[in-house]
Design a protein around this ligand. Structure first.
Ligand code: NAP
Length: 308
């Protein structure tokens, strides 16, 4: 265990975590940010971010996140790669276990984000990496001149479908209802793209394939029950995300979907522990709101340190 506790330990290095780290480092609080994989979070899998203010014409997700990182480096944020396995209290301190090592800190900001929701149908798990993907930006280029499908009706599904038209010969957007959740501007672009075919009121019942990978999707029209098989080589699942807070389930109050419940100031049910970004229960999950959360959580952590 480290002798000198950190003032703030941030779990997760997406937009919320990096913003919190920027604020606490700039406030000269001794801060450690722990990230499991790559800094940048889900934005790293986004081709173009068009609704983060200050970047007319849009900016590539990874480039935006690189700027966040460079900004944090300016203030000396300490970053460590590792998996947070647990959190407990010991006297006035929080003890965070990272890859088996116990690290003491006075406050914690949880910004562990969310991960793609699985379809949970036959064949999905078996063909991950062989035709089933959760990230068009990462895997789209493997599907040149073949037919692919995107499952979902939100902003992510719309953006993935539009991105995949760069490679695929045809993109099938499969949605379980008769209207999309995606914003109007994305719907306009989907409708205008001759490579995109939208399958309304349709469920994917199974992913079909052989030793070469995915070969088809079994579809079912929800209104009539009619079943069909759509030949294709790739299925991109974009049906929302699930929060990554399971490792804190015994400590913090979560909602039924696994989001951490906080008040408006990002305080969780445990004093000195704050949550920010997509892992927190909130109405709008965007980079802009993650950044706002990160700033609030950092200021509240600073206030907690002053009060205790
Ligand atoms: P989302 O908005 O929650 O949409 C998920 C979609 O998947 C919905 O259309 C939903 O159908 C469908 N779905 C959910 N579970 C399903 C299942 N088991 N089987 C089939 N379909 C299922 O998720 P998202 O698109 O990932 O977006 C998440 C958040 O990030 C949103 O707040 C979104 O606005 C934001 N985001 C913003 C941008 C941007 O601003 N550029 C880009 C990406 C994401 P129903 O419609 O029937 O519920």
């Amino acid at each position: 265990m480290t002798v000198q506790p950190y003032d703030v330990l941030i779990i997760g290095g997406g937009p919320a975590g990096l913003t919190a780290g920027l604020y606490t480092s700039r406030a000269k609080l001794r801060t450690l940010l722990v990230e499991r994989m790559l800094l940048g979070g889900q934005v790293m899998t986004t081709t173009k971010v068009e609704n983060y203010p200050g970047f007319p014409g849009g900016i590539d997700g990874p480039e935006l996140m690189l700027r966040f990182q460079e900004h944090c480096q300016e203030f000396g944020l300490e970053v460590r790669t590792g998996e947070v396995e647990g959190l407990r209290e010991n006297g006035g301190l929080k003890i965070v276990t990272v890859d088996g090592e116990e690290i003491a800190t006075r406050t914690v900001i949880v910004t562990s984000g969310a991960e793609p929701r699985k379809l949970d149908v036959l064949g999905e798990a078996a063909f991950v990496g062989r035709g089933v993907s959760y990230c068009a930006t990462c895997d789209g280029a493997f599907f040149k001149n073949v037919e692919v499908a995107v499952v979902g009706g939100g902003d992510t599904a719309a953006e993935e479908a539009l991105f995949l038209t760069r490679f695929a010969s045809r993109v099938h957007l499969i949605h379980r209802r008769d209207s999309l959740r995606a914003t109007a501007i994305l719907q306009e672009r989907l409708n205008a793209d001759p490579k995109i075919a939208i399958h309304w009121d349709t469920a994917v019942d199974a992913v079909v394939g052989d030793s070469s990978g995915v070969t088809a999707a079994k579809l079912r029209l929800l209104k009539s029950g009619a079943e069909s098989e759509l030949p294709l080589h790739g299925i991109f699942v974009a049906i929302g995300v699930v929060p990554k807070a399971h490792f804190l389930a015994e400590l913090l109050t979560l909602d039924a979907d696994g989001h951490i419940l906080t008040d408006a100031e990002c305080r969780t049910s445990m004093p000195g522990v704050f949550a920010a970004g997509d892992v927190r229960k909130k109405i709008l999950k965007q980079i802009a709101t993650a950044v706002g959360d990160g700033a609030v959580a950092a200021i509240m952590a600073e206030k907690y340190l002053m009060d205790h």
